[in-house]
Design a protein around this ligand. Structure first.
Ligand SMILES: NC(=O)c1ccc[n+]([C@@H]2O[C@H](COP(=O)([O-])OP(=O)(O)OC[C@H]3O[C@@H](n4cnc5c(N)ncnc54)[C@H](O)[C@@H]3O)[C@@H](O)[C@H]2O)c1
Length: 420
């Protein structure tokens, strides 16, 4: 058996801990060697998952110690990714970089260039690729059962409370501190379009807006915070008091120790943190709905719809022999989660999705487990990634979609500014 692949974690928040826990669950396959985070309880939580894990209270301290692992998982916040990724490449690491790779397309391209120059691999946290569901979709496309793929349609319902938690009150509410919604949330979907279509985008057009989460839609008399006694609380979908009840799991990502916390601790958090604010009175600027349409270089046309006001993902791939359809609505309706419709005879054929394990199907539909399981293949061995930033095509599509949206839908190609 080969030596374990060693892994260091930079940023031991929600994502860093998730990757570390899954890596530790693989026993001897992976070895955790270092953990860095300014918050002691977070780095110690990761350190406790391995033996002799070196801990650091900052990224600078980690990099100053030299190369401590084969792979560095970078799970700090969006605006930090570029600096941390470039430092990791110079230090000698292959990298699993959380998406988005950087806050601008130019910076994503710079990471790609430097990784190629230094011969290093950078995989992105595009966990959907590694889910049983999308792995099966990819397999069906490559099997030729659809014939030639002509067009692809994807849809993502973020879910209203998730939108409010992350993109109205939370970390990704403003493109200034992170990235535009189509990058922050839909870079997964943009990646899927290029990955499943097997081509880069040649021309892109996009529309979208922040229509609902703005002051003029606030209920009459709603105060700045839900904890200030809102007259509309009883019927409000977004009442922050739901964090004490059915929405409590969202607090895990933003409040250390929330699982064991007393109600009064949580109430104090809601009185003082961004997560207690009225969703109609926040400093958010990212969209709550956006559509993109594009033509890939091989002629496939593709569309993606993102909306706060639905829940779950759908995909439809239209080929010359059959159409493949699947996702949340089919499953919710009690139908097969993935199925084919054959054009020749109209036959409907359910497609079996292989699950790695009951446990492994949990985080991101099994993608968190799947990507960690794939580390060996991605970073060493005959099928390892080539040097560079894997997934750049999807990021390019997402950033250019945002450029088009800002230019009210004008078509943009990778080599052009918006055409007038
Ligand atoms: N792949 C996905 O599907 C997915 C899902 C959610 C989030 N993300 C991305 O993952 C990243 C992390 O998200 P999260 O929810 O874990 O955020 P988080 O805030 O929980 O974690 C970030 C951690 O980085 C630490 N940190 C800050 N500065 C640091 C420094 N200089 N050195 C070391 N650590 C530092 C913070 O203390 C925090 O613990 C974000 O970029 C986010 O966009 C990806």
């Amino acid at each position: 058996m080969s030596a374990p692949l060693s892994i260091a974690i930079l940023g031991c928040g929600s994502r860093g801990r998730t990757y570390a826990k899954i890596a530790a669950s693989f026993g001897d396959r992976y070895e955790l060697t270092a953990a860095a985070d300014p918050v002691a309880v977070r780095r110690e939580t990761v350190a406790a998952l391995g033996e002799d894990v070196a801990v650091f209270d900052s990224a600078d301290a980690l990099f100053a110690a030299g190369k401590l692992a084969d792979v560095l998982v970078i799970a700090t916040q969006d605006a930090q990714h570029f600096g941390h990724a470039m430092a990791a490449l110079e230090t000698g690491y292959d990298v699993l970089l959380e998406k988005p790779a950087a806050e601008s397309l130019e910076r994503c391209e710079a990471i790609d260039r430097r990784a190629r120059e230094l011969g290093r691999r950078v995989a992105l946290g595009f966990v959907l690729r590694y889910t049983p569901f999308y792995s099966t979709v990819k397999e069906v496309v490559e099997s030729g059962r659809l014939g030639r793929v002509i067009s692809i349609r994807t849809h993502e319902g973020v879910e209203p409370y998730h939108q409010a938690h992350s993109f109205v009150r939370g970390h990704w509410r403003s493109a200034k501190g992170s990235t535009p919604m189509i990058v922050a949330k839909c870079s997964h979907d943009a990646d899927l379009l290029c990955w499943l279509g097997d081509a880069v985008a040649a021309s892109i057009s996009s529309y979208g807006d922040r229509t609902w989460f703005r002051a003029e839609n606030a209920p009459a008399g709603a105060p700045a915070r839900c904890t200030d006694g809102c007259p509309a609380a009883k019927d409000c979908l977004y009442d922050a008091h739901r964090y004490l009840g059915d929405k409590r799991r969202w607090l895990r990502m933003v409040l250390d120790g929330s699982e064991e916390a007393e109600d009064e601790t949580i109430l104090e958090f809601l009185r003082t943190s961004p997560w207690g604010r009225c969703v109609y009175r926040c400093d958010n600027d990212v969209v709550d709905h956006q559509v993109l349409a594009c033509e890939l270089e091989n002629g496939i046309t593709a569309t993606h719809t993102m909306t706060a006001f639905d829940c779950g993902r759908t995909i439809e791939i239209y080929g010359t022999k059959a159409a493949l359809k699947g996702g949340t609505p089919y499953e919710e309706a009690g139908a097969s989660e993935l199925w084919l419709r054959h054009h020749l005879d109209g036959r409907i054929e359910p497609v079996e999705i292989l699950k790695p394990s009951d446990d492994g199907y949990a985080g991101h539909g099994g993608g968190d487990y799947g990507i960690v399981d794939a580390f060996d293949r991605l970073f060493r061995g005959p099928d390892a990634l080539p040097p560079g930033l894997d997934g750049l095509a999807g990021h390019r599509l997402a950033f250019l979609a945002e450029a088009s949206r800002v230019a009210t839908g004008r078509a943009i190609s990778p080599d052009s500014t918006p055409a007038s």
